[in-house]
Design a protein around this ligand. Sequence first.
Ligand SMILES: Nc1ncnc2c1ncn2[C@@H]1O[C@H](COP(=O)(O)OP(=O)(O)OP(=O)(O)O)[C@@H](O)[C@H]1O
Ligand SMILES: [Mg+2]
Length: 384
Amino acid sequence: MASKEAIQIPPAEVVYADEIEFLAKWDDGARPPGWALTPRAVVTFIVGSGGEKLKAGKASMEIREKFVGDRALIERCVVTLASERGLLLVGEPGTAKSMLSELLAAAISGTSSLTVQGSAGTTEDQLRYGWNYAMLMAKGPSPEALVPSPIMTGLRKGRIVRVEEVTRCLPEVQDALISILSDRRLAVPELEDEQGARVEYASPGFNIISTANLRDRGVSEMSAALKRRFNFELVHPIADMEREKNLVKAKATSALDRVEQEFKLDEAVLEAVVTAFRDLRNGRSVEGWSVEKPSTVMSTAEAVSVASSMALQSAYFPSDRDPASLIPGYLLGVVLKDDAADRGKLLAYWDGAVKRRAEEGNRLWKRLLELRNVLVETDGNITL
Ligand SMILES: Nc1ncnc2c1ncn2[C@@H]1O[C@H](COP(=O)(O)OP(=O)(O)OP(=O)(O)O)[C@@H](O)[C@H]1O
Ligand SMILES: [Mg+2]
């Protein structure tokens, strides 16, 4: 496995290798067959140890909070994965479904790399198996010529496999998962032995985590038969403002760390960014005033990326502008992705909540109100 330093964004099992190793010692209770950690240790890995230092023999370690949300949700996810049903994480974009599936796979199987990215172009081969055609032509179907999919590898080794954006795959392709999830086996009719088609059986520990974005609802309908083989879990945006702000700060700080820069964004500026995201996402300001929602989802993931970009811009161009002046431009960049009319909604937010806060005497919001023109003057329709 590559070292942390050599890759741009290392997978969870590399980033948190020390925590996973520690948690295996911390809880040596019964594990579901094929699991690297106990269910309790997996949940702790994901929600953190709440600031407490856990002890394992002489070693002690605080486990960082990785997913901000409901512990009960994580417990249900873990229980599902220990059962014979797949797990389907559903939610709005940017609610950390993919991140959660990566963390679960890393903690349970020690690897999150067995992943299929679903799209309209995903074929059944990518879910089942393919062939090395040169070998197939030369020798005919043989086990050596078979190219296993991540699902087949997971099945053989007893690992968690991730199928991202499953509802973007065509329904007939999605349905390849039905027999894999219910029979826990994959037949390879091209390879025959005395009993008939060769069958690969799942080793203990195998299961599937899929993710689906609510915005893609209706792109490809999921069959009732496949739905029944998954437990659905809805992942909500972060409910608490303070927790979201802390998360955005922590994520932006580590993004800057990776490029060897220091995160120096003012706390008030960061709070204004997160507040604006939450107001526009919820259709209601923190004060309870009504806000027009743009059609773009104002996700936490986007808030992280705006905060990181602003911090990076301040780091690379330190004396050019005050950081608050960057807010309208970045917000417009997020809002103007789906519908050109969303510019009007952002302007309405400025004329509503931003103005009221400015009138109440808040300095930063006053400054933001002065910057209203940026929203009008930044030209170009960048909606696709
Ligand atoms: N509840 C949360 N806890 C921790 N991080 C979060 C949370 N919500 C959002 N994030 C941040 O958002 C980022 C993006 O999440 P991710 O890509 O996993 O979202 P997603 O739900 O899969 O989105 P999409 O539907 O667009 O694929 C995470 O890496 C993390 O930085
Ligand atoms: Mg995702």
